[in-house]
Design a protein around this ligand. Sequence first.
Ligand SMILES: [Zn+2]
Length: 299
Amino acid sequence: MSLLPALVYSEQYNATFGDHIFPTDKYRRLFTKIAATKTLNKFQLLEPEPATAEELQLVHLPDYVRDFMNFEYTEQMMTSELPLNREIRDFFLLAAGGTILAAEAALNRGGAINLNGGFHHAFPDHAEGFCYLHDPAIAIKKIQQEKRIKRVAVIDCDLHQGNGTAYIFRRNANVFTYSIHQENIYPVKQHGNLDIGLADDTGDEDYLKHLRREVPAIYDHFQPQLICYVAGADPFINDQLGTLRLTKNGLKLRDEIVINEAVGRGIPIFVVLAGGYADDTEDVVDIHYQTAETLGAAF
Ligand SMILES: [Zn+2]
């Protein structure tokens, strides 16, 4: 029997961001939902360790890492639109440790999901858009440093462009960055390898048409040896931050394309959650749950 894909989670995956649109209780609620169903049996549960300062420096500048570790709320931190204290620092360190663990587990097991992470707006020298640490980039650089593999593709289906990802890997020919997002909203766009900026009110049909065409083509032409799937829940129809207006079923089909096309080709894939700001957090939990379910069912 082959190894089960990994599910990375910690009871410490919670922090209080104060009165903020980011629903930090989604992690615990998602794990509770997974644990209440047979979906958990499809995974090997793994518990992460916090990322180290040395690991952060694979992506972030030494001054930034020092200030972050000391939770010094400098100008480079304020652009996060979040507060910063010991609890929030520890949350992001554990999220990054979880994504590193998921990437490594994916290489060993074929698939993994971190029930956290996907903070794709962080830059080497400053925070942005609720993101202090670019956990996917840290994990990818760590894997590349270990020289187990070379080519990694990032498939970013969050509502917002993965601007930090595009910037960090702009001169790295071994990382292909794909982002499909709403064009007319945050952030200021960076050039990735393939950026699909969609119109407001795009809906399921046009969105999925892009994915069906572009994702298999990236897998075939770039031939990644590892895929990072940034599975944001915010393209959803009731999201407060955007209007791509995908249904839950559309988002499930999205997950199936990204995950099944990878697993079918035998390419290891790790998943991070990223955003999700529906009026009702239960919708965010449902959408992330579908992603976990799709990954579990693919093995
Ligand atoms: Zn987002």
